[in-house]
Design a protein around this ligand. Structure first.
Ligand SMILES: Nc1ncnc2c1ncn2[C@@H]1O[C@H](COP(=O)(O)OP(=O)(O)O)[C@@H](O)[C@H]1O
Ligand SMILES: [Mg+2]
Length: 310
């Protein structure tokens, strides 16, 4: 029987205030961002049937964020508006050394997620569950909620996709390593970026990192290498996928775009290497604009980019 959803993602979406104009300007562009919500929107723009599971504040921003998800054709039946906690938010400032992120997310509605609140039927009716290290790191109840979501998914035959997205401002390295390493054998697909695993494994070389991921129990690994493209490995064959050349202006969210697009292409029937080639183009295009959501490309934009290059 065909699943109701191709991808159900679980995590935190936040309000984004992106500083605009010259230094000292008091103008901010308001949007929304969050690793798993970016990924699920990227997947929906690629034609996948998606749902998002989170808690947002029952405030203007929470309702606007839910509207955004709906506009992007992401099912929000698993989005709870919480009257007792705010929607998390972050600021992006652009300095001489790149972007500086300032988060105001502690005590956010999403950080209050509980295993008992999970929409079980949604998780059971999906082909993929997508979660991240950020989904786990935002609170101890979120760590338990992700663990329970994975348990429900595995029991129902829903495959599990996992991006460690290591953020040491959210949890200390020792704790992050403990939780992430324990999650590796539970996922079907592991989507780290080079910097994530460098810190977790203490290994620098990309192929050594892929081996480490397999040794820790991940059956299928895509190691994202920023402007260098990615490596795809099923444990037997390792394939390097070249980057798609672009003039990048903002690489934030490239990895999230890659994750969502890769899953959407797998669901559409691509083999892993073809899916990675397509996702590398989408993720490269996502670096050509500012903000978390606006530059996420649809199918046509990826086709156009491929056509323009050939
Ligand atoms: N400057 C870039 N040029 C082309 N492709 C890029 C660039 N930066 C990122 N990408 C693509 O996006 C993917 C994810 O980016 P990466 O920076 O590795 O992840 P994350 O955003 O999680 O740190 C890469 O594997 C690559 O395919
Ligand atoms: Mg990342």
């Amino acid at each position: 029987m065909r699943a109701t959803f191709d991808i159900v993602a679980l995590g935190e979406a936040m309000v984004e205030f992106n500083h605009a104009g010259p230094r000292g300007s008091r103008t901010y562009l308001q949007g929304f961002g969050g690793d798993t919500s970016n990924a699920v929107i990227a997947a929906a723009r690629q034609g996948a049937r998606c749902a998002y599971v989170t808690r947002l504040g029952d405030d203007e921003f929470g309702r606007m964020c839910r509207c955004l998800l709906r506009r992007e054709h992401v099912d929000t039946s698993g989005v709870v508006l919480d009257a007792s906690a705010p929607t998390g938010l972050y600021f992006v400032h652009h300095g001489p050394d790149g972007h500086v992120f300032t988060y105001r997310r502690s005590g956010s509605a999403a950080s209050r997620m509980q295993p008992g609140d999970l929409p079980v039927a949604l998780l059971e009716r999906a082909t993929w569950l997508h979660v991240s290290g950020i989904s786990q790191a935002i609170s101890t109840s979120a760590t338990r909620t992700v663990r329970e979501a994975i348990r429900i998914a595995r029991q129902a035959g829903t495959r599990v996709s996992y991006d460690p997205n290591l953020r040491l401002t959210l949890w200390p390295l020792e704790r992050a390593r403990e939780v992430i390493v324990a999650t590796l054998p539970l996922c079907d697909l592991f989507l780290p970026s080079l910097d994530d695993v460098r810190q977790l494994a203490g290994i620098d070389h990309p192929t050594g990192i892929v081996d480490w991921c397999h040794q820790m129990g991940a059956p299928h690994v895509v190691l994202k290498l920023g402007s260098q493209g990615c490596l795809v490995s099923d444990g037997e064959e390792l394939t390097a996928v070249a980057p798609f050349r672009v003039d990048a202006v903002d690489a934030t969210g490239a990895g999230d775009c890659f994750d969502g697009t890769y899953l959407a292409r797998l669901v559409a029937g691509d083999d892993p290497v073809s899916a990675a080639r397509w996702a590398a183009v989408a993720a490269a295009l996502a670096t050509t604009g500012h903000g978390a959501v606006a530059p996420l490309p649809g199918v046509q934009a990826v086709w156009n980019a491929l056509k323009a290059q050939s």
